[in-house]
Ligand binder design. Structure first.
Ligand code: FES
Length: 549
């Protein structure tokens, strides 16, 4: 260590604070995290700690193939063993892009050293021809406009630059922003962590304060297992409803709870989220972006509203040593257009809906705030795609037998089928339907959906097609019923017919023969259990005694 120019007094037993960094130029959302790490170090030094920054696998949503989600569990193993194997007393997790947040939290939870999460913050608002445009959300919109002949390819390219004009992660309420909110709602981040834009100097100040605080957390032995209780997860589920958050949060929180042994199931999302109004008017469900959310009061203002409505466990502990309520009880809303009053919410139903029926006996999810009200109760003829290649090959064909009342079904895109469970569930509609001006249809799959996407999209159907779930046996022409009010997702196929189809069924998904993907396919659990690897559930603690170094 002395070859780094560290003087001898640094080794006097002061707390060693790991700064676990997902900086990478291949993860553009996290490309500014080295600056953030420097600010954390300032705070650590100020409090007499010894900061050591180290890299872990960084998962960039835009570049990693086949999907960053395939590697969430691998990154969590990197994080867990890096923390456990090194002589650290505590750790600050620097996260941003979608999967970097859950992977680091999962790994750290399995070690259970004092841990504080600092998110990198969202990009500044996108703006194109004086219109507010959001990352992801407008990519889907503009893509559909190009398909419909309403926007040229050159104009589409111009929108890219207008959408990505500062450091930071996607600034819609996509998965990255949702997970940053989850960090704060769970109590694992400093108040204000979620919404401060990455380019705002107050983000740096928050990182500095986090560095100071983590040193105190060592002497308090304030570990994740003391913060991430069942009540903390309930707070997070309700916060997700109030912000109109991403469906991906369901899988990540289930996996995180599994690391801690906290009782938490898919049905909790429906039960806890059922009465939660959506208060936050952000894309993809609404009109505004994270920068606006910050100016309007950010997550503290939302948590306060939940508390006032009796929808928050007020006494849950947070990393700053205070309860949630102590942190947010004075938080005000500064823009009612962005954060709506509870009595007159942006949308009545914010929570994630869990659907069941003979199509998904172990559950499927839908985000009503991003769906079309007129499709919430719908029966339609199935138009089936066997896998993503089949979908891509036929979706825009003039010969595709489809109309706007049909239900698009995509198979073999679950955790095992499309290893990693890609975000392809919000299938773009057939070009010939888009040309008629229709913008939404019911879609059903075992895939995930980007948090920036929208539509009446049923996701995470469990068990997935690749392991012989009922989805595997749906055929063209079957009639599928979605009824959000009764939480039903069913198909008009009786058990006898299902069994006949099951006899003829052959799995079509490829099996990897080596490496991490082989291990993943052999051990990944279904989406309703968080899609973690089965042997990673639980934790092994931190074997290095705190006073041994
Ligand atoms: Fe990283 Fe959206 S691509 S947050």
């Amino acid at each position: 260590m002395k070859n780094q120019g560290l003087p001898h007094h640094m080794f006097d037993g002061r707390p060693v604070i790991g700064i676990c960094n997902t900086w990478s130029e291949l993860t553009p959302c996290n490309a500014h995290l080295r600056d953030i790490a420097e600010r954390v170090k300032r705070g650590v030094y100020e409090m007499g700690g010894f900061p050591v920054e180290f890299p872990v696998m960084s998962l960039g949503e835009t570049l990693l193939r086949p999907t960053a989600m395939l590697f969430r569990n691998l990154a969590s193993m990197d994080v867990e063993e890096s923390i456990r194997g090194n002589p650290l007393d505590a750790v600050v997790l620097l996260v941003g892009c979608d999967k970097t947040t859950p992977s680091l939290m999962m790994g750290a939870a399995s070690c259970d050293l004092p841990t504080l999460v600092v998110s990198g913050g969202p990009m500044l608002n996108g703006r194109f021809r004086n219109e507010r445009i959001g990352s992801g959300t407008h990519v889907w919109k503009f893509d559909a406009m190009v398909k419909a002949g309403e926007l040229s390819t050159e104009e589409f390219m111009e929108t890219e630059a207008c959408m990505s004009r500062s450091v930071g992660h996607c600034m819609t309420m996509g998965t990255a922003s949702t997970m940053a909110c989850m960090v704060e709602a769970l109590g694992m981040g400093m108040p204000g962590n979620a919404a401060i834009p990455a380019a705002d100097s107050r983000r740096m100040a928050l990182a500095h304060m986090a560095g100071r605080r983590i040193v105190e957390m060592v002497s308090e032995d304030l570990t994740p297992s003391k913060i991430l209780t069942r009540e903390a997860f309930e707070n997070a589920i309700r916060a997700n409803g109030a912000i109109g958050g991403s469906t991906n949060a369901v899988i990540h929180l289930l996996a995180l709870a599994g690391r801690l042994g906290v009782e938490h199931s898919l049905d909790d999302w429906d039960q806890m989220g059922r009465d939660v109004p959506c208060l936050v008017n952000l894309m993809p469900s609404g009109d505004y972006l994270m920068e606006d959310f910050y100016y309007a009061g950010g997550l503290p203002a939302v948590l306060r509203k939940l508390g006032d409505a009796g929808l928050l466990h007020k006494d849950t502990l947070t990393v700053n040593g205070k309860s949630h309520w102590e942190n947010v009880q004075d938080a005000d809303v500064y823009d009612d257009n962005v954060i709506f009053p509870t009595e007159k919410p942006f949308k009545e139903a914010g929570g994630i809906v869990v659907l069941r029926g003979n199509l998904a006996p172990d559950g499927a999810v839908l985000k009503p705030s991003a769906a079309s009200p007129e499709l919430m109760q719908h029966t339609g003829r199935a138009v089936v795609f066997e896998d993503i290649d089949d979908y891509k090959a036929r979706i825009d064909s003039d010969d595709l037998d489809v109309d706007a009342s049909c239900v698009l079904v995509l198979k073999n895109c679950g955790p095992r089928g499309y290893p990693g469970m890609a975000e392809v569930g919000n299938m773009a509609l057939p070009a010939k339907i888009l040309k008629t001006g229709v913008t939404d249809m019911v879609r059903v799959s075992d895939a995930r959906m980007s948090g920036t996407a929208y539509g009446t999209v049923v996701l995470h159907a469990c068990p997935e097609a690749a392991v012989g779930g009922p989805l595997a046996f749906i055929e063209n022409g079957d009639m599928i019923t979605l009824d959000v009010a009764t939480r039903e997702l069913s198909v008009n196929v009786d058990e006898q017919e299902f069994e006949a189809r099951r006899q003829k069924w052959k799995p079509i998904h490829p099996q990897a023969t080596r490496g991490y993907v082989k291990m993943y396919q052999e051990t990944v659990m279904q989406a309703n259990e968080g899609a973690d690897l089965d042997f990673l559930r639980g934790g092994s603690g931190a074997p290095v005694p705190r006073d041994s170094h």
